[in-house]
Write a protein that binds this ligand. Sequence first.
Ligand code: MSP
Length: 515
Amino acid sequence: MSDTFYITTPIYYPNADPHLGHVYTTIAADTLARFHRLRGDETWFLTGTDEHGIKMVKSAAALNVEPGVLSDRVAAVFRDLWKELKITNDDFIRTTEPRHKVGVSRIVEKLVANGDIYLGAYEGWYDEGQEEFVTETDAKAHEYKSAISGRPLTRYKESTYFFKLSKYVPRVLEYIEAHPGFVQPESRRNEVLSKLRAGVDDLSISRATLKWGIAMPNDPQHTVYVWIDALSNYITALGHGSADDALMKKFWPANVHLIGKDILWFHAVYWPAMLLALGLEPPRVVLAHGWFTTDGRKQSKSLGNFIDLEKLRTKIATYGLDALRYFLLRTTTFGADPDWSDADFAKAYKELKNVVGNCLNRLLVMVGKYRNGVLPAAGPAEDIDRHLIEQTRGFGEQIERAYARFELQQCAMLPVELARAVNGYIDATEPFKLQKDPAKKERLDTILNLSAQAVYQVLLGLLPILPEKAAEGLRQLNAPIEGKTLPQLFATNLAAGHQTGAPHGLFPDVLEKPA
Ligand code: MSP
């Protein structure tokens, strides 16, 4: 059954070059987008850059340039990086674009017209790195430093417009309670619920002292708070409030906002409250992933364990892009904090090479050598065959379920586990011995046929995770996928008489230069 599927990443601050954190979120979103496209769903995948706010102003000042100069420069780096990493986003929104600025003005105008915005005064703490207001209790608990960066909090005291968040909190609470899948994973949902139940103040949504941003339409002396500006991107990019809102009609509500755990509160509370105030539906799922550590320690520039673009590019040059994707998704249960380790990266590559590459290679070599590259029909099944047949038959559904639950680690590992089963099956049935005995011809046919069906499923299952390698493997198997959806392909068997291609190692030996 085909559906629409709208997935977003956070829009990133272009105040400094992208790093592993951005790449991780974007690759995870890309994998989900690719799966849904293959599934036949009409898919829209959005990413972009969040260019306003005090953080941008300060980073620009430190470099002695205007904020707009910095954001133009770094937004281009993000855009080019996604091309380099073959990310399949359908759109890239910059919050400095007219379409977004106009969209945000319309949104704020509507909130003003509804009576959800009033002028007041704010006094309190602000985390400039996170662009986040911090309560006295939380500020005190972290000794008036940022819980994320450790940098001192700033004291703000100014006249500001407030959004009547407290008016919408009961409805947001009700929504989260009634929709167990809205905030995932479950542990994070509980954190949000308990913080919400403790009570939430109205939200300061304008800054009179900051000029780099979108002017409040009702009072241009004030600038819209960067998070109100940023969250709106998910609908301004679809043309909400503009003359051309066909995408909005087709794709809203979003199926998934994929984010890091540090920005969950904005997405699980502020954003649905804004949407309710606008008379729009909240997104279906806000999915928060964990934060990467390096060798078990928090990543930081000062510790020298920060995984930057240069490091990522070295890995890609050595192991290939697909290996990076596989390692990132395979390393941890999705949602938990993943860990970067060079040894684990090398291990993940070896797994692809020794398990997936190897089983495809063995199959193609045997069909080539014993049957001239023509896949024989299967004869009667024995117990050991039945086991593999069952694993192969249930595979497509297992993959479908894992994606439906956003279990990206499973999505990466299930095909590899099936490949491992094929290797075990070949080891146990010993086709290389059978081929010497003409009386075992039918038995050998069966083994070749069943192995081929399983390898076919493995490669199909890997398409969203290893787009290049899986497609290359399918080419070697000579099994084109064009014109069919993934569920249709999963339900297909390679026919007897199918001509297979020649094997070329999918995962070459790599020599990693010592660091
Ligand atoms: N601009 C806001 C998002 C606005 S969305 C309406 C923002 N930008 S960011 O560039 O700072 O971060 C973007 C994402 O990168 C966040 O989801 C954050 O969790 C993620 N990561 C930053 N460092 C990370 C790790 N070390 N590991 C994993 N992800 C991390 O926040």
